[in-house]
Design a protein around this ligand. Structure first.
Ligand SMILES: [Fe+2]
Ligand SMILES: [Fe+2]
Length: 214
């Protein structure tokens, strides 16, 4: 059966066409990084509960490694936010910490499939979050942040693939169907390169790109 695959990210190219200026882009970037920073805390708490709940030693190690990846992202995000002259959002921190801890506890009573399924869906949204952040960093003129953001999008892509393959191995996939997978890993960088190229053309005034060109 042919698999439906998500098209590469497009939304931020519309932001460019709307004429977002650097200051507005920087404000959006900071907000996105604050959300990602607190989201990584929630993910780390949830994965701690998740790996403690699974019985298979390999799965325990795999999910522990993913927890470490999220904590690394969070540490680096904290530095980025400070570099941009901002600070984490205290309200978001409390809220996402509570959500993550709650999910971590629920992993002990929700069986094997639901935590794998939920993690995969979450990871898919994380891929997009970092792709968006890279585009806002470009619009804000914060080019030095882009490489890390794209690398983290790739790591989240690897996480999504791991959980998708786990979920696919379970019979409950027939009752709770697997989500549509993201575009290919390579598309993270190629779609960003297309976006940057088209944005450069727009800025030089050579021609107006089509709204859905990227
Ligand atoms: Fe992460
Ligand atoms: Fe992740």
């Amino acid at each position: 059966m042919r698999e439906t695959v998500y098209r590469p990210l497009r939304a931020a190219s519309r932001v460019c066409l709307d004429g977002m200026d650097r200051l507005a882009a920087k404000a959006q970037l900071i907000r996105l990084l604050q959300r990602a920073y607190s989201g990584e805390l929630a993910a780390a708490h949830a994965y701690r509960g998740h790996w403690r709940a699974v019985k298979d030693p390999t799965e325990r190690r795999d999910i522990q490694k993913i927890e470490q990846d999220e904590l690394h992202h969070r540490e680096q995000l904290g530095k980025m936010i400070a570099e941009l002259g901002a600070a984490p959002d205290c309200f978001l921190e409390r809220k996402m910490s509570a959500i993550g801890k709650t999910i971590g506890v629920l992993c002990h009573i929700s069986g094997w499939y639901i935590p794998m399924y939920g993690a995969g869906r979450l990871e898919k949204s994380n891929v997009r979050e970092y792709e968006h952040a890279a585009r806002f960093a470009h619009l804000a003129g914060e080019e030095r942040l882009i490489e890390d953001l794209l690398t983290w999008a790739e790591t989240e892509w690897d996480h999504e693939k791991y959980f998708r393959e786990k979920a696919r191995s379970h019979w409950l996939r027939y009752l709770i169907p697997i989500w549509t997978p993201p575009a290919t890993r390579e598309a993270i960088r190629s779609s960003f390169d297309d976006y940057r190229r088209i944005n450069a053309i727009t800025e030089s005034g050579d021609r107006e790109p089509a709204p859905n060109a990227v």
